[in-house]
Design a protein around this ligand. Sequence first.
Ligand code: ADP
Ligand code: MG
Length: 351
Amino acid sequence: PPSQDPPRIHRLDESVVNRIAAGEVIQRPVSAVKELVENSIDAGSTSINVSVKDGGLKFIQVSDDGHGIRYEDLPILCERHTTSKLSAFEDLQSIKSMGFRGEALASMTYVAHVTVTTITSGQLHGYRVSYRDGVMEHEPRACAAVKGTQIVIENLFYNMIARKNSLKNSADDYPKIIDLLSRFAIHHKNVSFSCKKHGASTADVHSVAMSSRLDAIRSVYGVSVARNLIKVEASDADSSSFIFEMNGFVSDSNYSAKKTTMVLFINERLVECTALKRAIEIVYSATLPKASKPFIYISITLPPEHVDVNVHPTKREVSLLNQEVIIERIQSTIELKLRNFNEASTYPEHA
Ligand code: ADP
Ligand code: MG
């Protein structure tokens, strides 16, 4: 082949870098909703309300009653890598908040128009300010506000034509957003959540702060799910500390569905774990073949140093120390429960 001059290497414009990074953090409308709701949870909110237009492409609004944002912090709020949650890298090991990278709000300003209204306690009025490409578009304006923060994201992906077109061509994200809020609502049972289409009078997810998990599941997923659940629990500790704790609810033989619903929280983070899901499905097809697509809600607590939360751009996955052992432990706990349930229902006089 003819020899070719190597192409010149140049530095990308910062705005290009930021937009590319933003497209990874905010993959679709539901990712924006997840980041906003997690921020509201991190802010100690007890009530979080979501409203969405056009599957989130036109408009997403998340309102909370959390601690709000200081006036002095508004100028850097939407810059990349600005956060109130992390200082040293080592802190990641013990981080309790869902956020830590200071990427979410910044990312949104690179691919959408962001408006923040917020008030902190003791203030007579709040502030409203809009952002683009990481910076404030104007000085914050004083405005009336109720406790907490309201963030509006408009025209998502207005400057990413390919992304916008591919999202427009497929079913919109509203069902995914409903699904997300449903999952948060059953885990954070002390927070009330609502989610509706913008302008609609009734909410599609509506949970009130509940005292019991089962009540929360009933209010979100309905009685048909809640009445067919078995409580599962397991815990392992060595002499000095716990190494694994798990609790949740799984469906019994009277529950049937077309596909598995698995709601998994690990150290308070909503995550996915395909290996665990498969493992549980295997237990069901072996013990309850007629109910082999279960409903599963599981919350796992591990020592923070056993969980690496920084392995995925959307934090959808985490990596666990001793994953196989943990999966086997959960499998055997569920299997035992299901067998006991079977026996109890075969010989009800012993139940
Ligand atoms: P991170 O959550 O990783 O810190 P974000 O970009 O999501 O990064 O948010 C940046 C900062 O803005 C947060 O650290 C927090 O201090 C503040 N913030 C964002 N949303 C809210 C909210 N709803 N209520 C109070 N503070 C918020
Ligand atoms: Mg965040």
